[in-house]
Design a protein around this ligand. Sequence first.
Ligand code: HQG
Length: 182
Amino acid sequence: MTPDERIAVSKLMSWALRHAPREAGIALDASGWASVDAVLSALAARGLSVSAEELAEVVAHSDKQRFALSEDGARVRARQGHSVEVDLGLAPVEPPAELFHGTVERFLAAILREGLVKGERHHVHLSASRAIAEEVGRRRGRPVVLRVAAAAMARAGQPFYRTDNGVWLVEAVPPEHLEVLE
Ligand code: HQG
């Protein structure tokens, strides 16, 4: 597959596995797993005819390791980023002293007023490094990076979760725990 073909399949898989399984015609179990066969049919119905091997290639090549295959290769799920209800089975873990969030200038005033809110997703997504946060922000324009006082939030009782692809998840970040980096 070419990189562009992999990206097209990855985008459709993100849509189906995170946001619109019903429209895609696939069933997710409580933990977000779908049968690979059903996903292949959903892709084919939208003009992307790929084999199970090619789907595995997309999973393996995903820049952010967005998907996971079950051990037997029969099921696939998104590792994070859902808007539909799924239980990823993540246990709270102690965060590092600071984490980062990448955004853009036009959201700053609202963020500094009300803090980071999860919007459509189930959690606010935070990055372990400033560089990754910058990339996340760049999807929308010139990036602005916020430092999150994660350890202080954890001390205040806020649970943190880490997905197996290294994204930190939290319910919300109040403004007092945010600092804009120059
Ligand atoms: C902003 C990608 C106004 C927030 C990335 C962000 C990440 C506010 C946007 C993952 C706000 C939400 C998540 C407030 C937050 N007022 N704007 N109070 N609070 N925002 O896409 O963090 O490619 O839902 O700054 O790599 O950008 O999907 O979240 O700009 O890991 O695998 O509202 O998505 O990964 O946008 O990105 P998103 P995000 P994937």
